[in-house]
Design a protein around this ligand. Structure first.
Ligand code: PGA
Length: 268
């Protein structure tokens, strides 16, 4: 795990945008895994700004989102499709036919939908770089604690903590979905690179469990310890329960020397 401690949330977003644009600018048909939630919004703002400045084109990029509520219409403002359109897709030159979310209507079989999503990712060549946030309970995507570390795209029942954490996003008269389709932990681990962003004090305990705890289904993000290329971008608050800050800062400097000479990605 490459733990990068940034001065603030803005730097986390800038750093993440650098990884994404390096991928897109250096690979002919990049496949990007995307996340929703509050944390990646500033990343998407950075990407839109780069696109508007003529420095980044999404014309050849394919995207796969981590998750989507079950049985939600694309034009429902609470859907993750709507979120992605609003925060990224509507502002860049991506072909929306190449943007995918794990949808599942009431009439569809979630098991078949999960398998179909996995097949689509495979057919696209696999995810090159997966963006992740982390829940206060350690979830990645909607892989809640106790999710199998070998899980694949499937339907999940959200925990009470996740429902409470996300309730801020719903108006009192809006129904909050309790079921979602999500990439599994094994699906996420298949990505060639994973880049997890975490900011704020509320994530400090989950970050500590992910980086220094044992690998456990109780903290799904800890599975990233088993990933060959996991980058963890933190602000100081999210990193506040980690010991060894000096080591991470020093290692980052050394990694930067290699990255500057040889590029960020080494196996494309
Ligand atoms: P947040 O969500 O970015 O809104 O904090 C992260 C997550 O639950 O994965």
């Amino acid at each position: 795990m490459q733990v990068i401690i940034c001065d603030n949330a803005q730097q986390v977003a800038e750093n993440a945008a650098h990884w994404v644009s390096e991928l897109i600018n250096n690979k002919s048909n990049p496949v990007l895994g995307l996340a929703t939630g509050s944390t990646p919004i500033s990343l998407y703002q950075q990407l839109v700004a780069k696109h508007q400045a003529g420095k980044l084109s999404f014309a050849n990029t394919t995207t796969f989102n981590l998750d989507e509520y079950q049985n939600i219409a694309a034009d429902n403002a609470q859907s993750y499709r709507y979120f992605m359109n609003e925060n990224l897709f509507d502002h860049v030159d991506i072909n929306k036919n190449n943007t995918f979310l794990p949808t599942c209507t009431q009439a569809q079989n979630p098991r078949e939908q999960g398998l179909a999503y996995e097949a689509k990712i495979k057919a696209a060549g696999g995810v090159d770089l997966q963006i992740l946030g982390i829940g206060a309970n350690g979830h990645i995507g909607f892989n809640e604690p106790t999710s199998s570390l070998a899980s694949r795209t499937r339907i999940k029942t959200l925990t009470q903590q996740t429902l409470t954490d996300n309730s801020r996003l719903f108006k009192p008269d809006e129904e909050q979905p309790t079921l979602a389709m999500t990439m599994g932990i094994a699906t996420i681990l298949d990505a060639r690179y994973v880049l997890l962003m975490a900011t704020g004090k509320g994530k400090a305990k989950a970050v500590k469990d992910m980086v220094t705890g044992g690998v456990s289904a109780m903290c799904p993000a800890s599975a990233l310890q088993m990933h060959e290329n996991a980058i963890v971008l933190l602000d100081k608050e999210a990193a506040s329960e980690l010991s060894d800050h000096n080591y991470y800062l020093w290692a980052d400097k050394e990694n930067n020397k290699v990255n500057q000479e040889f590029g960020l990605f080494h196996n494309f």
